[in-house]
Design a protein around this ligand. Structure first.
Ligand code: GRF
Length: 230
């Protein structure tokens, strides 16, 4: 049976698009069973509809508290029996009940090299700090905001004349490689969260996760456990 993804969005959905393209290219053996948006006007909903994927809108303001919102989300999601939940620009902090309802099955992508620059406005903060490296990270989600165990990071250079816009475009171009890559590991049963940490092919990853360098252009199956530790 194919690996079922539920993708949660609030915005444009370019990561959703990249995931669907990886599926279409057979680089990711999975199906997107549902796209859930917290906004009715999210561009990602159009992407899902065009691809014939069921969609649902669950708005935070329609619920008195976060717990009720989380419960409503769980209900919509569980009807579609996901193997993995994919947070892709979902702009709400999920509470402990939600997170603990999907242990080891909930992934997020964040536009920084975690553990640096948790939270918002990462590109502006990187520019203000004068950093030479930036990037994105995919991690398992825990109760700690942007703090769950790291699976993989993609490095992106910061150039002298970068603006927030040019830098965010460069980071997003790597998000679109990194997320399908990680999801392909997950869909083929290679990636697990264990008590010891994150395991790929039965080997424990370093705390910073797998590192994709700027020069790397992997096909999802070409990355092996022996590539760790660079
Ligand atoms: C991405 O930059 C991601 O890192 C962050 O939200 C953004 C989502 O973009 N969590 P998109 O909706 O996939 O285009």
């Amino acid at each position: 049976m194919s690996h079922r993804l539920v993708v949660l969005i609030s915005g444009r959905g370019t990561n959703l698009q990249a995931i669907l393209e990886a599926i279409a290219r057979d680089q990711l053996t999975a199906e997107v069973a549902l796209v859930v948006s917290s906004r009715a006007d999210a561009g990602g909903l159009d992407i899902a509809t065009r691809a014939g994927i069921p969609t649902a809108v669950v708005r935070r303001k329609e619920y008195p508290g976060r717990a009720e919102f989380d419960q409503a989300l769980c209900k919509v999601i569980d009807d579609h029996h996901p193997d993995t939940l994919v947070l892709a620009g979902f702009m709400h902090v999920l509470g402990p009940e939600f997170v603990n309802h999907y242990p080891g099955r909930l992934l997020n992508i964040h536009p920084s090299l975690l553990p640096h620059y948790r939270g918002l406005d990462t590109h502006a903060r990187v520019l203000a700090a004068g950093d030479s490296d930036h990037g994105c990270s995919v991690h398992f989600v825990t109760e700690e905001l942007d703090g769950g165990p790291l699976i993989a990071r993609a490095l992106v250079p910061v150039l002298a004349n970068d603006t927030e816009e040019t830098l965010s475009k460069r980071v997003q171009s790597r998000e679109h490689v990194l997320y399908p890559l990680v999801l392909s590991w997950r869909a083929s049963g290679r990636l697990r969260l264990t008590e010891k940490g994150v395991e790929l092919d039965g080997r424990l990853l370093p705390p910073e996760g797998f590192q994709l360098d700027w020069e790397d252009h992997p096909g999802p199956v070409s990355v092996a456990a022996s590539d760790f530790g660079r």
